[in-house]
Every structure is written in C-alpha cells, then in structure tokens.
Design a protein around this ligand. Sequence first.
Ligand SMILES: C[S@@+](CC[C@H](N)C(=O)[O-])C[C@H]1O[C@@H](n2cnc3c(N)ncnc32)[C@H](O)[C@@H]1O
Length: 266
Amino acid sequence: MIPSSTWTPPIIVGFSELASDVQLFAGLGIESVSAPPTKQWTLSRTSEDQRLTLTRPDGVALCMDFTSGKTRHRTTESGMGVQGLSKALGTKNYLKHNGRYPAIVDATGGLGQDAWGLASLGCEVSIYERHPVVHALLSDALQRACSDEQAASIANRVSVKLVDATEALQPHSTEAYAIYLDPMYPSRRKKASSKKGMQFLHELLGPPPAIDSPDLLEAALTSGAARVAVKRPAGAPLLAGSDSFSGQRTEISTPNTRYDIYHCLA
Ligand SMILES: C[S@@+](CC[C@H](N)C(=O)[O-])C[C@H]1O[C@@H](n2cnc3c(N)ncnc32)[C@H](O)[C@@H]1O
C-alpha cells in the first residue's frame, strides 16, 4: 500500500497517433505531446494498437479489454468469476420471479471486471465511475467490445457514466433492482499478480482514506433499490454508513471476500 503522505496525483500526458484523441485529451485536461514520452504517466493510443492505454513511468501499462484474456472467457461462459457477487445481488431469485435478469448499478466501476461478469450473465449494468481517466479507459473498452462479434451482445447491456455515485444516487431515483459497491480498500497482498490492475488503480487514484465516508453507502441505501451489496475483504469492518441502516442485513463469505447485503425493501 502507498502511504497517503507520499502520494500525489500523477501528472498524465497524452500521446496518440489518432487525431481524434486530441479532443479526448483536452476534455480530460491532459496535455497532448507529439512523441511517445518515457518515464512519465502517459495515456496513449497507436494506430496499430487502437486500445487506449495508460502507462506508468516504469513502463507498466493498463489497458481495459473485455474481448481478450480472462474477460473474454467470461463472454463465452456467462457469470464466470462473479458467482458470489451474483448471489449477493439476488440475480437468480429475481430471474425466477421476473423471467429476466435484473438491472444493476455498479456504482464503483474501476476496471469493469465485475460489471462485465454480471452483464455476461444477462444483467443490464449501469456503471458509475468518478475518475475521468478510469472512465475514459472503461468507455474505450466498452466501445471496442460493441464492435466485437462475440462480445457485442454483452456490451450492449452495459453503459458507463462519468459521475460521482454519491451525487447520482439521489433518494428514490433508481429503477435498478440492486446497487453494487466495491470501493477501494487498502490492498494487503501487494505482490499477488492477479491484483496487478488493482495496484495500478491504487497508484492512479491514491490510497483509500483511512476512514471511509458514509455518503456512498447512505446514497445507495436510500436510492430506491431493493438491495445493496458491498464487497469487502474478509475480516474488514462494514463500510461506513451501515449504522444508519435499520433493515435486514445478511452476508456471503468466501475465503478472501465478504459481500454485505442490505435488504432495503424487505
Ligand atoms: C476497487 S475499484 C472497483 C473495481 C471493480 N469492482 C472491478 O471489477 O474492476 C473502485 C473504483 O470505484 C471508483 N469510485 C470510488 N468511489 C466512487 C464514487 N463515489 N462514485 C463513482 N466511482 C467511485 C474508484 O474511482 C475506482 O475506480
């Protein structure tokens, strides 16, 4: 984990071989440079590899892609990797009673992995992401997935908005059945390769605050959704804001992860 005293927001520059990206970079408040920089945080795209990519000064790159690797696997095996989450969100029960999968708001989009898994199952997923660069990477991945023969039907069930969920989730404002929250939590296993993307996000977004704000959970709990599922590492305390909830709360635990489920309409 990066100590909050040593973290400063990275300064990102933009390099692209596509003229249209100048506008994207300007919208993000990122300076466009004419040659690929080294040893600088860079948001880039080449004409050969059309994927928007964020590269750290040490050369490690983050590119979101729903059409390759593990995520592509989810395209062919629906719900793969999100079984616990899907249970926490009550998707099967909803399907049984309504004949279709529920609409879900993933209010903490991040790398979009969970959202994609839920969409591959059949859920309509609205992703909210408040960091402009993370949002740009997600939007780019989604756009490419829309043009991929195998992934398009899933991608069409997903939308992504640049918004702070605490502002977007106004009281009784949502028609989604459930809200999913996976806010940053200090990473305890820095070296685990499966968490590379998450380590990258930690460096981009900064260390999570020592004390969570209760605003996000409170906004989700009053948004009108029937349930709210919060992902926490096993053994972590409940997300701040849980004190204000007087309804039924249950949980689903796996060895590393716990889902706290708030039943709002029970
Ligand atoms: C741990 S990551 C989520 C990972 C995600 N579940 C996945 O499958 O990749 C948390 C993300 O939530 C975003 N976030 C945190 N609080 C938010 C808020 N109030 N509104 C919107 N996005 C938020 C952060 O910017 C970060 O990208």
